[in-house]
Design a protein around this ligand. Structure first.
Ligand code: MLT
Length: 313
């Protein structure tokens, strides 16, 4: 029926903005339980998610033939089984730019919080321990190593330069001209970066290549007293290796916004690690980013559905 509206299900928390588009029916369900998503999906032409919903084989199979487009309200598409989606002829779209500033600002926040002991001082002060002996570190003139100089990594570089840090980066996929434009010194190898930084922050997608990229051996190559930040994807800095490096005192402190398994269980090693500041995958969670992400992904998904030739155009 070519006159029937095209239906879009938004099953994760976001600000979808305007839902009123002629010819479309958009349904927003902030936190739809997985069983409900599986049950209702056969009646939709597109699904829009954030990272909470795993778009795996089970979900794609449950969708059936009507589903044509999967929209990811954010940058990373690691929650989507891309091979299986393409096997089933699904178009996968993301919102690559809308939340970049927010992600970069959160990474810088973690860097500063780690340098100044924000979370440990907060916890101690609340526990009645007015500890003014703690000495933090100034970031000015220290060297920040950015792994992944894409959109977000570049914004982190610019902000860190604003803090008067020296910025170096490792990214084999980015041309020299970009390093030059940003005033960032290129590191040819990861080891070269690790050996000369005071703080490291990762801004890569999660892939086979980046999973565990900073493990025990790599963290050991950092100078004693360094800081590590992961506001990208859980596991790019190996979780156990990070905790070991914090416990041994090799790392001064760290900041983490992402876990391998989200949400973490109460036993998760991060929750009991010293000198580690934690946020709950909040990199994209600002008023501004969520407004932009919602508009960007809804716009891209509707455009794709409109252009769908299988509707007999
Ligand atoms: C992203 O990849 O953009 C983030 O994970 C966004 C989100 O929090 O959903």
């Amino acid at each position: 029926d070519l006159t029937a509206p095209l239906r879009v299900l938004i099953c994760d928390e976001m600000n979808p903005g305007n839902l009123d588009f002629p010819g479309f029916e958009l349904e927003y369900e902030g936190n739809l339980p997985r069983e409900e998503t599986l049950r209702r999906l056969p009646d939709f032409d597109a699904l829009i998610t954030r990272s909470r919903t795993k778009v795996d084989k089970e979900l794609i199979d449950a969708a059936g033939p009507r589903l044509k487009v999967i929209g990811r309200g954010g940058v990373g598409v690691d929650n989507i089984d891309l091979d299986y989606a393409s096997l089933r002829g699904l178009l996968v779209l993301n919102a690559p730019e809308s939340n970049n500033v927010s992600a970069a600002e959160l990474a810088v926040m973690h860097l500063m919080a780690a340098a100044r002991g924000l979370t440990r001082s907060d916890a101690k002060t609340r526990a009645g321990n007015w500890d003014r002996k703690f000495l933090g570190l100034e970031l000015k003139d220290r060297t920040l190593g950015i792994i992944g100089l894409g959109r977000i990594g570049s914004m982190v570089a610019d902000r860190a330069q604003g803090l008067k840090m020296n910025v170096v980066a490792y990214d084999p996929y980015v041309p020299d001209s970009k390093f030059e434009r940003l005033g960032v010194k290129r590191m040819i190898t990861l080891d070269e970066l690790l050996a000369q930084v005071d703080a490291v922050t990762v801004h890569t997608p999660l892939t086979d290549e980046t999973l565990g990229m900073l493990g025990q051996a790599e963290l050991a190559k950092l100078r004693p007293g360094s800081i590590a930040v992961n506001a990208a994807r859980g596991g790019i800095i190996d979780e156990q290796a990070l905790v070991d490096a914090l416990r041994s005192g090799h790392l001064f402190a760290a900041g983490i916004d992402v876990f391998v398994d989200e949400p973490p269980t109460p036993e998760h090693i991060f929750l009991h690690a010293p000198n580690l500041g934690i946020t709950a995958h909040l990199g994209a969670n600002t008023v501004e980013a969520q407004e932009r992400v919602g508009a960007e992904i809804v716009g891209r998904v509707l455009a794709a559905l409109k252009g769908d030739v299988s509707r007999g155009a």
